[in-house]
Write a protein that binds this ligand. Structure first.
Ligand SMILES: Nc1ncnc2c1ncn2[C@@H]1O[C@H](COP(=O)(O)OP(=O)(O)OP(=O)(O)O)[C@@H](O)[C@H]1O
Length: 687
């Protein structure tokens, strides 16, 4: 197997092994050491992976080739110097007479394998992003355009931008992110372990302190070829791809109102000023005048990036982070040509990809598990693209070989990584070559065998498989291309069969992982459904309680009202009866009075002497009157007696009624639905 890299390869692929802290795990990856014939420093290019000893799947021993393999002891500076990043920086700067080109550096690996460490370093060491910024500023320092005093320069930079960007100076950016920070600086802590930086009120955000940034490793002695008779501007922009959407990290940081959830996704599209090339449109871009400013912008943007604490990595990136260093350049005006030439632009993009992870190992759940699904999906598409590009690169050596389409439009990540790698897309720009790219694959030799081997399979420049002895006589393997009957003879199978076997093994491994994720998602969903059902039942119970309480309240209120009405009714009835009694009494009184008048008159008449008798004429008149009274009184008296009897009966009846009437509240109480007939289990409603 050779690792000859044909000229059509889109990526140079390096492998970096990380030192592992795990002591109880078996090492599955070995670096191949070939015999040295010269005294030159030795750079290994091949590794071999062995399935774990307890593996009962009889998987193959695989050998992979990379541009270079960096072992565990290799530090940040050697990675920076030896992975082709310096030529990328030179390409972006455009040395004397050299054409400029965009550059791309990305890291790929399982979660916790050291991607972020390589790209962004740690508290004590700088990563390749900081080292690249350092070398860029050191090289162009003398030629940097003065944006602090020259508004014209800013305006010309704005009009030269093709990406509908919002260009601001670093000072303006810091003013918007840290309003009122007068210099009592303290370095903000890692966002994963704190509440989101953006959710903090602006007054609580503090400008990062450059003096606390690591200075190691130094790179002052590295020199680069560059043009001196030119003016430069360095513009920083940062964005992340989260759930297949692009979000600006600097707009989010400079916004005081938008929460991370409300961030607006950006488009990757051709613009009016860039019709033949796609760009991320609408980014916030910060013009930096010094390395310190650039580092502070980087640190600020990083604090808005999504990270989470998983079982595999305490600060696990949940998005693919893109850090762009755009170098604008123009020829200085001279006596011969008093007007400066227009700005040209090249960008070096450094990408910290989120790590692929096995849900069971990472022990993620909920949103973090869903994120992992999206991350794995985008990495699967990236794997397909990388495999296709390395196949194309290998086949390009064969006569009459036809290049296959790299399927990079399947997701945002591959679109962003590959769109400008092809002459038809990026090469169309005048005076600019297609993008050059470097991929640094990171791996932990004591880490997860399945996840690591899968990444190595699609990222390696070349691969060789040795199929182990198969104990059974005939095995049937289902592969993507159909069922393959494999006759095991106890030795390595023929090449075609071997290819099928490899494919089948890869498919099985992929399907097993997909199944694992699906099972976890199912478990998660089942748990959620159970929780929802419990919550629903609890809510129902509570609702019944509330209903009973309300019923009780209503009944109590109604009873009070009924009692009041009853009291009113009784009072009214008593008043009426009193009035009737009074009426009756008055009638009786009247009757008694009339009777007594009549009796008195008769007695008086009997007692008076003849001398006292009135004359016949007067007596006749009086007799007429008495007779008149006596004659009229008898039927009137009878009539009143009758009415009296009737009224007395009515009164007696009403008294009886009153005594016999039961309390309505007692009747109502019987009707309460909550009271159930004891022993029968039947409520009043049921009756
Ligand atoms: N080469 C290395 N030397 C020393 N420490 C390392 C190295 N590589 C990784 N580490 C440490 O391992 C831990 C995990 O690394 P890192 O965060 O870079 O992983 P990652 O691949 O970016 O993971 P994720 O995909 O989850 O973001 C960190 O604490 C980091 O400092």
């Amino acid at each position: 197997m050779d690792n000859h890299k044909p000229t059509t390869s889109l990526f140079d692929v390096y492998l970096r092994l990380r030192p592992s802290s795990a002591v109880d795990r078996e090492r599955f990856l070995d670096v191949e050491r070939e015999k040295q014939h010269t005294d030159e420093p030795y750079a290994p290019t091949h590794i071999t992976i062995h399935p774990p000893a307890n593996d009962n799947r009889k998987r193959a021993v695989e050998k992979f080739a990379f541009t270079t393999v960096f072992e565990e002891h290799v530090g940040q500076r050697e990675i920076f110097e030896s992975t082709g990043i310096l030529p990328l920086v030179e390409g972006v700067l455009g040395g004397n007479g050299k054409e400029r080109r965009d550059g791309l550096v990305a890291t790929l690996g399982v979660t916790g394998s050291g991607k972020t460490h390589t790209i962004l370093g740690s508290k004590s060491e700088r990563g390749i992003t900081q080292l690249t910024l350092d070398i860029l500023f050191k090289r162009v320092e003398a030629g940097l355009v003065d944006i602090e005093t020259s508004h014209v320069a800013i305006q010309s930079l704005c009009s030269a931008d093709v990406s509908e960007a919002h260009l601001i100076t670093a000072a303006q950016f810091f003013d918007s992110v840290y309003p009122g920070d007068s210099g009592g600086f303290s370095r903000a802590t890692t966002p994963a372990l704190e509440t989101s930086f953006l959710s903090l009120p602006a007054s609580k955000r503090h400008l990062p302190r450059v003096s606390t940034f690591p200075q190691y490793p130094p790179i002052d002695d590295i020199s680069l070829d560059m043009e001196t008779n030119a003016e430069y501007a360095i513009i920083i922009s940062m964005y992340e791809v989260y759930n297949d959407r692009i979000y600006d990290l600097l707009t989010a940081a400079s916004s005081t109102t938008k929460t991370p959830q409300k961030r607006r996704a950006l488009l990757f599209k051709p613009t009016e000023a860039s019709p033949d090339r796609k760009v991320v449109a609408g980014l916030c871009k910060v013009i930096c005048s010094s390395l310190a400013e650039a580092l502070m912008v980087l640190e600020t943007g990083l604090q808005g990036r999504r990270v989470a604490d998983t079982n595999s990595n305490a600060v696990s990136s949940r998005s693919h982070g893109f850090f762009c260093m755009e170098v604008k350049k123009r020829r200085r005006s001279s006596q011969a040509l008093p007007i400066s030439s227009p700005w040209t632009s090249s960008t070096l993009t450094i990408v910290d990809l989120a790590g692929s992870e096995r849900a069971r190992t990472a022990k993620t759940a909920g949103a973090t598990l869903a994120e992992a699904g999206k991350i794995n999906e985008s990495l699967m598409y990236l794997g397909q693209c990388m495999q296709m590009q390395s196949d194309n690169a290998r086949n390009s050596l064969a006569p009459g070989a036809v290049e296959k389409m790299v399927p990079f439009r399947q997701c945002k990540l591959t679109e962003l990584l590959f769109s400008n790698s092809f002459a038809s897309n990026g090469g169309g720009r005048s005076g600019q070559q297609q993008q050059k790219a470097v991929m640094i694959v990171t791996a932990d030799p004591l880490g997860d065998f399945n996840a690591t081997s899968q990444i190595l399979r699609y990222s390696a420049l070349a691969r060789e498989v040795t199929v182990p002895r198969i104990p059974s006589v005939t095995s049937t393997i289902l592969s993507g291309t159909g069922a393959v009957a494999l006759k095991a003879s106890g030795c390595t199978t023929p090449a075609a069969l071997q290819g099928e076997l490899e494919q089948a093994l890869a498919d099985i491994s992929r399907l097993r992982e997909e199944l694992e994720v699906t099972q976890l998602l199912l478990e998660e969903e089942t748990r959620r459904r159970q929780d929802a059902e419990n919550a629903w039942q609890a809510a129902e119970g509570r609702m019944e309680e509330i209903e009973a309480e309300v019923r009780e309240e209503v009944w109590t209120e109604m009873e009070a009202k009924l009692a009041l009405e009853q009291r009113r009714w009784r009072a009214a009835r008593d008043a009426e009866m009193d009035a009737q009694d009074e009426h009756l009494d008055r009638k009786l009184e009247l009757l008694t009075h009339q009777l007594s008048v009549y009796e008195d008159d008769t007695a008086d008449k009997e007692n008076i002497s003849d001398s006292q008798l009135p004359s016949d004429k007067e007596a006749g008149k009086e007799r007429v009157q008495v007779r008149g009274i006596g004659g009229d009184l008898t039927p009137k008296y009878a009539e009143l007696e009758e009415e009296n009897v009737r009224l007395r009966e009515e009164v007696a009846l009403m008294r009886r009624e009153r005594e016999s009437v039961r309390s309505p509240s007692k009747k109502i109480r019987v009707l309460k639905p909550s009271r159930r007939w004891q022993g029968s289990g039947i409520g009043v409603e049921d009756v």
